[in-house]
Every structure is written in C-alpha cells, then in structure tokens.
Design a protein. Structure first.
Length: 132
C-alpha cells in the first residue's frame, strides 16, 4: 500500500525487502529507496493520519442524524481532506509531516495549546500564524 501511495505503481515487495538495512543500487536507480521501512520517512505519519481521518469520516457519515450538520462538517474539513491526499500538487500545499498536520488543525482552533502541550509537543514548533 505504501509503495502505491508514494509512486502510483503497484509493485509487491517481500517483508525482507522492506526490513533490509541497506538498499542496492538497482533500487536506488529505480527510485525505490524511499519505499523501504529501513529509513525514517516523515510522510509515513501523514499516510497514517489520512487513513485514520478517512475511517473517522466514514463512521461519522454512517451515524450522522443531522444532514445539515454533516454538510457543515464536510465543508469544514474539505481542505484538510484534500491536503492529506497523496500526490497533491505543491501548489495545493500538501502535508509532508505530522507536525504540519498538527499546525494546520491548531491554526483552525480544532485543538488548543493545552492539548498540544499535554501530548508533549513543543508549541514553538507550530507556526506563528496559528491561533492560541
């Protein structure tokens, strides 16, 4: 799944390939180096946030009793939903890390400074344009 999200190509790799500590020259040549789990890739966190966000939205849609409230919710999270999608153009400001997602939701006022600090995040990591 991760390889497809990052490249748009469906290629299966063995568990051993994903866990290897080094990448051979052929993988580097074909652009597969970013797909191994051997190295940290901040975008992996965005992929997981996207997965959890989609799951929560689907559950909310199934249980929402108020059509107007559901429409309001979907309008409010439309930009977040779009920016979490893989292969968003740079002009559309895609997220590259979980900190960028946190900064976005903090700037929207969906989480407050106390909530951020309670989870051990240094508030100075968030942009100055965020609300407090």
């Amino acid at each position: 799944m991760r390889g497809y999200i990052l490249t748009g190509r469906k290629v299966s790799r063995t568990k051993e390939w994903h866990l290897q500590e080094t990448v051979d020259a052929k993988d580097v040549e074909h652009g597969w180096i970013a797909l191994t789990w051997a190295a940290f890739n901040a975008y992996n966190n965005v992929i997981w946030i996207r997965y959890i966000f989609d799951w929560l939205v689907k559950r909310y849609r199934k249980t929402a009793r108020d059509a107007a409230g559901l429409r309001e919710f979907e309008e409010e999270v439309e930009e977040l939903n779009h920016r979490l999608k893989p292969r968003v153009s740079p002009a559309e400001k895609p997220f590259h890390s979980a900190v960028e997602v946190l900064d976005y939701v903090y700037s929207k006022g969906w989480v407050n400074e106390e909530q951020v600090e309670n989870y051990g995040v240094d508030i100075s990591l968030l942009s100055a344009s965020s609300v407090s």
